[in-house]
Write a protein that binds this ligand. Structure first.
Ligand code: MGD
Ligand code: MGD
Ligand code: MO
Length: 764
């Protein structure tokens, strides 16, 4: 390789992921945000049986929690919330909204915790403090003046079961199923695809399965950054000799080598463990072709060896095998290789390993679901597992890596724009009012409705709605068309500042803080990625005495909006046990809810497929038919554009930017970079470090991101990557998976041109 020119902030990262670097970064996060005497106690209470649930990710905890269960990025999430910095009414008085809008997302949140309910005042272009009751009364007035289908109720997945349940009850009593949520931009393809395949939209594995698996196939997720506690599990599995096969266009350090900070020997000796036994750099958007290729080889192996598939399982537990097999056989190798960017030999290696393994787990994340083919991808993963009976068997199963710490729980308790008839009937029985039947809007459709003027009020339970969604150019300005926006939040972000005719910011307690209601400390409950429900109770003194809990804020709004409500809102939030009693009465699986969350570790919700019970229409697991490889080639195999992946850095939590580094990818102090394969750089007449502009190559509005530094990176040929949310200017709002509505954030056709130039470029 020719010697590369040096580019400011770009260094090769040689060390394994984890290790001493992670401990140093943890210490730095504490120092930047917190009072140093409080931090150690706080971190020790993270994910302990009597502590609070880490807001960092949805990975479950080991039952015997003898060691601390925090990690570098968990510590960042916790210290970011428990920061000693504050955003007070004086702060708002010193800054107009126009001035604040010039700040970066990082600077906005780094100002600290919100302390008072605030209302926007157009005459001064500032937010000013408002009384809680005044805010509720006015929100109620506006909502009552609108047809319910003109309001949308957004949820981000940190919200507890209790708050989420009240939120959906409020929205539905008010009269709408407009419940867009972050899941619509995240694992919606799982929520839509898995019920078709196995009857339930959740993963089937438990931590115990990881102790008994023989093979792990990890597709499209970056656990070293996004699910750091999973690294402990992968590390243990790798050391046990389990084969780990990775499919990812980018070389992610933690999937290559990891030093577990909880392993004293590795730390003392600067040792590390190899994680992936084989690493396939699949093309962005090429997973369906790769999975179909593996399936095709397995079917061919079966024809010659006849002991590759689990015939008993297929016969007794599944349907649709013949059409599925015919579809896989019909796909040509030429198309599969072109679309996946991998060879038949590569895929045969996976098929052989899979055929040998008696218990296989497939884990997957955003690299699989955030595509126009997201739902098809999920179904192909299920198909591959079904072929050898790898669902409902110890050591085997499907493992979608959920995002927000309670995104799965929010769905379970009713945050969905498409509620089932059973759920609505169960609610009607308990609350004796009619609930709306018409399905509501998901996240993209809500933004489309804001743009076309048919949504007039947006109530956000957390999150950063406009910044998380595609097409910032259009989405940001559309927010001004709303009559009302309300943000229940811990920290200031851009969506709050994209003000409507009237805008309220309502500051709430975070997970780490003590929640007192009617003189009694309360706990909330959450559900992790593996369907375990458990309690969480913060102990810290709240960031301000004005803060209210999320359930209390929802109750306050509902009480003010629905004067003749059948629900005794204010009484309900005096004791969260009462909310849980209602959940128990209306949502299956919560029998003895209050008793069972008082047992440390909590309880697991029913997952019928783990017992080989398939709650599909026919009672069988269902194979899918994927006929899209040709189509994938026509788009993916074309030579005049690149596929853009929008990614998270190591120092961010979705739209929250903790700091400007991405240590494991060797990027320091900046985020304006485009990761490119060396050959793609050359093919485009570019060099490592050149300034480029990026243009989306889809019909419609011209979408462009300027002045990005292209850098050479080990990424699959034809795929390029840059950071979210900055890159959301490049994602068209209507470029999504037709089945699930998930934006295709991971494979946007783009071209790269030298900054300021106009020459079209090619990847071949
Ligand atoms: N610290 C931290 N933790 C987090 C978050 C965070 O932002 N920061 N976010 C939380 C949330 S809401 C979520 S949803 C999860 C997200 O966690 P991940 O699912 O890990 O999400 P991403 O960082 O978007 O990265 C996806 C990975 O997929 C790869 N990829 C991209 N395109 C493709 C493709 O076409 N095929 C394959 N096989 N791989 C591809 C990328 O290279 C990248 O390694 O993490 C949660 N936890
Ligand atoms: N281009 C691109 N876009 C993406 C993605 C991508 O990979 N690429 N990923 C998508 C995914 S997976 C997701 S999940 C969405 C995320 O979308 P969101 O969930 O809407 O966004 P977050 O950045 O997680 O929200 C951060 C805000 O939540 C608030 N907050 C934090 N903690 C609390 C709390 O305890 N209570 C309350 N009420 N508020 C709190 C703070 O005000 C903070 O500013 O983004 C999506 N957008
Ligand atoms: Mo997510």
């Amino acid at each position: 390789m020719a010697k590369r020119r040096s580019v400011p902030g770009i260094k090769e990262y040689e060390a394994p992921a984890g290790g001493w670097g992670a401990l140093r970064a943890t210490a730095q996060a504490v120092q930047d945000q917190m009072n140093l005497t409080k931090a150690p106690m706080l971190l020790m209470r993270t994910n302990q049986p009597v502590g609070f649930d880490c807001p960092g990710c949805a990975w479950p905890d080991k039952e015997s929690r003898s060691t601390f269960q925090f990690c570098e990025n968990g510590a960042k999430a916790v210290t970011w919330e428990a920061t000693s910095k504050r955003v007070t009414p004086e702060f708002f008085d010193n800054n107009t909204v126009s001035q604040l809008l010039l700040k970066s997302d990082y600077e906005l949140e780094d100002n600290g915790r919100l302390t008072h309910p605030m209302v926007y005042d157009r005459t001064t272009d500032k937010f000013r403090a408002v009384d809680w009751d005044q805010a509720f009364t006015r929100i109620g007035e506006i909502l009552r003046g609108l047809p319910p289908e003109h309001a949308d109720f957004y949820t981000s997945g940190r919200t507890s079961n209790e708050a989420a349940y009240l939120f959906q009850l409020f929205g539905r009593e008010y009269g709408t199923n407009n419940f867009p949520d972050c899941s619509n931009m995240c694992h919606e393809a799982t929520s839509v695809g898995l019920p078709q395949s196995i009857g339930i939209g959740k993963g089937t594995v438990s931590l115990d399965d990881f102790d008994h698996c023989e093979l792990i196939i990890a597709i499209g997720h970056n656990p070293g950054t996004n699910h750091p506690r999973m690294m402990g599990t992968l590390h243990e599995a790798a050391r046990r000799g389990v084969q780990i096969i990775v499919f990812n266009p980018l070389r992610e350090r933690a999937l290559e080598r990891f030093a577990d900070p909880q392993n004293w020997l590795e730390m003392a000796t600067y040792g590390s463990t190899k994680i992936a036994s084989t690493y396939f750099q699949v093309a962005s958007g090429g997973d369906a072709a790769a999975l179909l290729g593996i399936i095709k080889i397995l079917l061919e192996m079966e024809d010659s060896q006849s002991n590759v598939l689990d015939h008993e399982f297929i016969k007794n537990h599944t349907e649709g095998f013949d059409a599925f097999a015919a579809g896989a056989k019909a796909a040509s190798w030429e198309d599969i290789e072109k679309a996946s960017g991998l060879t038949q030999t590569d895929l045969a290696e996976v098929a052989v390993a899979y055929a040998k393994s008696n218990a296989t787990i497939i884990t997957y994340g955003m690299g699989v679901v955030q595509h126009t083919k997201g739902t098809a991808n999920v179904r192909l993963i299920a198909d591959l597992l079904l072929l050898r009976g790898n669902i409902g068997k110890r050591g085997a199963g499907i493992c979608p890596l959920r995002g927000h710490s309670n995104v799965q729980g929010d769905r379970t308790v009713g945050i969905t724009e498409k509620p089932s008839e059973e759920f609505l009937q169960a609610m009607e029985k308990v609350f004796s009012f009619q609930l709306p039947r018409k399905h509501g809007r998901d996240a993209v459709r809500t933004m489309q409705a804001i743009i076309d003027g048919s949504s007039k009020a947006l109530i956000c339970m957390g999150g950063n709605f406009a910044v998380a969604l595609p097409d910032s150019g259009q989405s940001y300005s559309a927010m001004a068309k709303l009559d009302l926006s309300v943000h229940i939040a811990t920290k200031l972000n851009r969506s709050h500042l994209l003000v409507a005719k009237e805008t309220y910011i309502l500051p709430c307690l975070g997970r780490t803080e003590l929640d007192m209601q009617a003189g009694e400390p309360q706990s909330i409950t959450v559900e992790d990625s593996m369907a375990m429900v458990h309690a969480s109770a913060g102990k810290l003194t709240p960031a301000s005495d004005q803060l209210r809990s999320e359930p209390a804020i929802v109750a306050g709004m509902a009480h003010a909006t629905l004067p003749s409500s059948k629900v005794r809102w204010l009484t309900l939030v005096e004791d969260y046990d009462k909310i849980r009693d209602l959940i128990e009465l209306t949502v299956p699986g919560f029998v003895n809810y209050n008793a069972r969350i008082r047992v440390p570790g909590g309880f697991r919700l029913p997952l019928p497929p783990t017992e080989r019970i398939w709650p599909t229409a026919t009672g069988k697991a269902v194979f899918s038919v994927y006929g899209g490889v040709r189509d994938d080639v026509n788009t993916l195999g074309a030579t005049d554009y690149l596929r853009l992946i929008t990614l998270r850095s190591h120092d961010q939590y979705n739209t929250t930017i903790y700091a400007m580094d991405d240590r494991y990818r060797g990027v320091f102090g900046r985020r304006d970079v485009l990761f490119m394969n060396e050959n793609d750089l050359a093919a485009n007449g570019l060099e490592h470090g050149d300034l480029v502009d990026i243009e989306t190559m889809l019909p419609g509005r011209q979408l462009r991101l300027e002045k990005i530094t292209a850098i050479a990176y080990p990424i699959a040929r034809g795929s390029v990557g840059t950071y979210y949310p900055e890159a959301n200017v490049l994602v068209p709002l209507d470029y999504f998976d037709k089945e699930s509505g998930t934006p295709s954030y991971k494979s946007i056709p783009i071209r790269v041109i030298p900054h300021g130039g106009a020459n079209a470029t090619a990847c071949a």
